[in-house]
Design a binder for this molecule. Structure first.
Ligand SMILES: *[C@@H]1O[C@H](CO)[C@@H](O)[C@H](O)[C@H]1NC(C)=O
Ligand SMILES: *[C@@H]1O[C@H](CO)[C@@H](O)[C@H](O)[C@H]1NC(C)=O
Ligand SMILES: *[C@@H]1O[C@H](CO)[C@@H](O)[C@H](O)[C@H]1NC(C)=O
Ligand SMILES: *[C@@H]1O[C@H](CO)[C@@H](O)[C@H](O)[C@H]1NC(C)=O
Ligand SMILES: *[C@@H]1O[C@H](CO)[C@@H](O)[C@H](O)[C@H]1NC(C)=O
Length: 597
């Protein structure tokens, strides 16, 4: 095990005495800051921070029950998605909770104009100076810096609330959350592709047993849109539901998708799409600066839209900074990523039927209650008929750090146990998580993120598949390193390395589950096209359907493993496994299957 001690962290931690909280406040949460976060000092008292207050959603179990039915192909109400209003009703708080929160805010001089309330009323957001937040929450905020990537956050390690709010406030963030939306990319090479002439002729093909069509031999070194169309049996499909269907990519961290690069990509790989583009939606001060192309954003847009063309595409760029007047104390990126986007998208009447995201971070950097609330937001999107896809991460069973020698596989639960590190939102049961493969014939990519959630229990739809995998493990395998009772991922996978994208004017190879995820999403958009064309509703939440197929419609990947935490990690095996899920898709077969329901 190669684990470096980071004991110096303790030098910077000034413990807060519990007497810092006035007597009428009750401690609600106390966390250990994740490794690598160093406390620099007290946060400036005039610095403005955002507080998102989550009110309990007493009818959420009802929403979950509906979702289980409408996404289960064997249930009579399969595909009967809920409307925006129905979802809002099922996540609305009790009116007394809203009253209690309003009174509490008013008692701190926060007037109604200064509050933003989600449409369902389940979130109330305010912007307050640090000094006021400290008084409201009986805590002290500090400035924290990540010793590796230099990110700076204003956070606290604990907060309290009046006991009167016990039943009325579920959580308040960003307070103790150290999670960020990191790009999931493992292998970004900025060098031009090798000049060595290929050792095969241009029309050489590889025939793979179990695959519908032969694949260009060049696909073993460079993945293009036509490689994926051949491998995954999409070559002859002609989309027809362009007026009803949509696909979208989300972007954070000022990753911008470039129109000129997309044009070059289309000229090279999808000539029929040459004069087409995508819709840009800017959220919370997000931008799409054309002078500053992002490799992640370009990869997402080029492959998702290249595969699903001519399905209309949308690029959501969510800003990282709250909309307050910049002051001299402003610290960058004090916001958190997903709720801002969820708050926006859940308020839309029409939502694209397929949405892909290639960002995530270690699950243990997210407080559990907050992870559950964000995940509940993805469940609401599923209930409205949208398929949500996330990359599984690029660190195998480890923490996503591409350098395995510096992976810190240590639990943040206070025990410092050695543990595999799950990633979030990949571990949320209401998203479909995409792992990675490479080469032809396909083997597991050695970076493909996979494993078991420490937060979310194993959902009903994956009982049989995961139980079978666990039984196949030699007795005692990695005992104590993972939670065999947890939601296991990925669900599916796709090629994830040597993708040819265009970036800042020239072609470059790129890889990671950042590549497999938008590609798989492009294929899901085509499945939705087939259903919408046949007059059926969109697929919505995919997992109950995928697991009910028991591998039908997928190429099982049975070679390879994804190391991490100084171990070889799990193996790709026959059937579902936590490296490649059920394997890679066969569109032709899946299309027949999804048209049956
Ligand atoms: C865990 O590690 C942290 C950081 O190195 C240290 O401060 C803490 O005392 C350790 N806790 C235990 C229970 O060993
Ligand atoms: C594809 O490349 C891999 C690794 O370079 C090699 O092992 C495999 O034989 C190649 N496949 C074919 C069909 O040539
Ligand atoms: C794109 O536009 C150019 C210029 O108008 C035209 O010549 C070309 O045929 C168009 N290509 C496609 C694929 O529509
Ligand atoms: C697995 O090993 C443990 C101890 O190493 C033992 O107690 C248990 O009975 C074994 N289970 C099986 C099914 O062999
Ligand atoms: C993976 O497969 C190898 C070779 O069959 C085997 O030795 C190893 O125990 C397996 N590892 C796990 C975690 O199943």
């Amino acid at each position: 095990m190669r684990l470096s001690p980071f004991s110096f962290l303790s030098l910077f931690l000034v413990p807060l005495s519990s007497s810092a909280a006035p007597h009428h406040l009750k401690l609600r949460q106390s966390v250990t800051p994740p490794r690598h976060w160093i406390r620099l000092g007290r946060a400036p008292s005039a610095h403005i921070i955002q507080l998102r207050i989550a009110l309990p959603q007493p009818r959420f179990p009802e929403l979950e029950r509906h979702l289980a039915e409408i996404s289960n192909p064997f249930h009579g109400s399969y595909g009967e998605h809920l409307s925006k209003e129905e979802v809002e009703e099922l996540v609305a708080p009790h009116p007394s909770s809203l009253d209690a929160v309003r009174e509490w805010l008013a008692s701190h001089g926060i007037r109604s104009e200064a509050r933003h309330q989600s449409l369902a009323g389940d979130w109330v957001t305010v912007y307050v100076p640090v000094a006021q937040a400290e008084e409201m929450l009986g805590t002290e905020f500090s400035v924290w810096k990540h010793d590796k990537d230099g990110d700076v956050l204003v956070r606290t390690t604990e907060y309290s609330l009046p006991a009167l709010l016990d039943q009325h406030v579920e959580l308040i963030q960003p307070t103790t959350i150290f999670h960020r939306a990191k790009r999931l990319r493992s292998t970004l090479h900025f060098s031009p592709p090798p000049d060595v002439p290929p050792s095969f002729s241009a029309d050489a093909k590889i025939t793979i047993p179990g695959y519908a069509v032969p694949v260009d031999a060049s696909c073993n070194t460079t993945i293009t849109v036509s490689c994926l169309k051949q491998l995954y049996n999409m070559v002859n499909y002609v989309p027809q539901a362009m007026n009803k269907n949509g696909i979208a990519l989300t972007s954070y961290l000022e990753e911008f998708a470039n129109f000129a690069d997309l044009r070059k990509f289309y000229a090279d790989q999808v000539p029929a799409a040459l004069n087409t583009s995508f819709n840009v939606v800017l959220i919370n001060g997000g931008l799409n600066k054309q002078s500053d192309a992002g490799a992640e954003a370009n990869l997402d847009v080029q492959f998702a839209l290249g595969i699903s063309f001519p399905t209309p595409g949308t690029f959501y760029s969510t800003g990282g900074k709250p909309p307050f007047k910049p002051d001299k104390h402003a610290v960058v990126n004090t916001n958190e990523p997903y709720m801002t986007w969820l708050d926006f998208i859940l308020g839309q009447k029409n939502i694209p039927q397929t949405i892909s995201t290639s960002y995530g971070d270690d699950e243990q950097t997210v407080p559990r209650d907050y992870a559950r609330r964000v995940c509940a937001g993805f469940a609401q999107l599923g209930a409205r008929g949208t398929s949500i896809l996330f990359g599984s991460g690029d660190g195998g069973v480890g923490d996503g750090n591409p350098d395995p020698t510096t992976q810190i596989c240590i639990s943040n639960d206070g025990t410092n146990r050695t543990r595999f590190i799950a990633s979030f939102p990949s571990s949320c049961p209401f998203v479909t998580t995409v792992g990675g493969t490479t080469q032809i014939p396909e083997v597991a990519a050695d970076f493909s993120g996979g494993g078991f959630s420490e937060v979310f229990p194993r959902p009903w739809w994956q009982e049989a598949a995961v139980e079978k995998f666990l039984k196949s493990l030699p007795n005692g395998t990695y005992a104590g390193l993972f939670n065999p009772e947890g939601r296991a991922y990925p669900d599916v996978s796709a090629q994830a390395d040597n993708f040819k994208i265009f970036f800042r004017g020239s072609s470059t190879p790129i890889g990671g589950t950042s590549a497999s995820t938008p590609s798989f999403a492009g294929l899901v958009a085509l499945l939705n096209d087939a259903r919408l064309t046949a007059g059926k509703p969109s697929l919505g939440f995919l997992n109950p359907l995928i697991y009910s197929l028991e591998g039908k419609g997928f190429h099982d990947v049975v070679v390879g493993n994804a190391p991490g935490c100084g171990t070889p990690g799990f193996n790709a095996t026959v059937g579902w496994d936590p490296v490649t899920g059920f394997g890679t898709p066969d569109f032709g077969r899946l299309k027949e299957l999804v048209l049956q329901y």
